[in-house]
Design a protein around this ligand. Sequence first.
Ligand SMILES: [Zn+2]
Length: 461
Amino acid sequence: MDISVKIAITAPNGVVHEHDIAVLNKGYERVAEIGLSIEESKGLLLKLQHEIVAAQTKAFCVVRSTCPCCAGRLRRKGSKHVQYRTVFGDITVDSPRFYHCKCHAGSAKTFSPLTELLPDHVAPEMLWLETKWASLVSFGVTVGLLKDVLPIGARLNAETLRRHLARVAMRMEDELADERYSFIETNAYDREHLPAPEGPITVGLDGGYVRSREKGQSHFEVTVGKSIPTDRQDRYLGLVQSHDEKPKRRLHDILKDQGWQENQQVTFMTGGGDTVIKIALDMAPASEHLLDWFHVTMRLTVMQQYVKGLAHLSPDEAEDMSRALRQIKGYLWNGNLTDGLVAINDLIMDLDDIETDYASIKALRKTAAEFQTYIANNAWMIPNYAERRRYGERVSTGFVESTVNTVVGKRFCKCQQMRWSKTGAHLMLQTRTRTLDGTLRTKFQQWYPGMKPEGEQKMAA
Ligand SMILES: [Zn+2]
């Protein structure tokens, strides 16, 4: 059967333009012929987009072709073609040029209306779609995915995507205001007179590593965070500390976005480590700094793994060590540092005395010694976790998967040979964190008024 597709566009002056889009010759005897194929849909979308964009740009230029002061018709000085890159294909648009009206003196003699309408020749939704997917999977995979389902221009490649993503991230970077030493702006009196705040916010901050493409360096550190308010949506934070000049501003802006006010409680949870803690200092007046329980248990689990290995050769000693580790965990969980540190010290002495052929005994001794230092250095941040839990307060930000794994892991391919420049990684972290917490589209809506929220495009029946 023949299926003809036509489009009717009513211009602002009421004139209806009808165009034939395509005639599809479709069979109906085999399953593969039922419905539109991907290729047919791409062809249709490309032609539809062409007609729609042509009608809209024409309407825009008609309005701009009369003088806004005297309503006189402007003299046309030829036209040229411009490319407009959209999700539904690269569209060539006719872009007329007009002389300015003689009734007022301007600096330029002529102007092209479409330069105002389409300043960067890429549709906002195209830029958003590219940025979103390239933040989740590699540039190459993104190109393949988009070209599979959409009539995207053939010129799209991984390098264009990289440039577009960097452009989006740079625009967000440019919007960041100055860095400050302290972000506390109120005094105790002011804070008493603030409206009652929302529930407490928990901010988890942690460090991870990304493979470096820079000479003489195998890895560099990235800092990631997750801000978890009681009543609002979570937000992610990501930065390359040795590259970023505004880490505190970044965190401050996220808290502000979440409606935080200075009399609202913020709990900062870190895995210890000065660089990460520094970001959160002088950030919020009503704040506390806690060692994330996730990091304590991670280290204890590593030691239990070693002890499991030891059990094959020295079962009795392993049994004792395992019990000691459980006891240490219990002390720390209850915030009992005195007994906890004594128990860690006893464990270290027992490990020194043990005679075994276990190959990893040295590694276990080292891990235990590091754990002792870790707990001693971060003692000021160890609360009574058990009590917090009883009161329904958070003891950790990483229950299932750490923030580092979520934000850095997959896209930065920790296990593969993907290498990053500090700038590239930092910019990627900006778009990736917004993609992950669902605020990338919101940012685009701020930049491009009229852009609809994701999935809320309404169609008349
Ligand atoms: Zn005029």
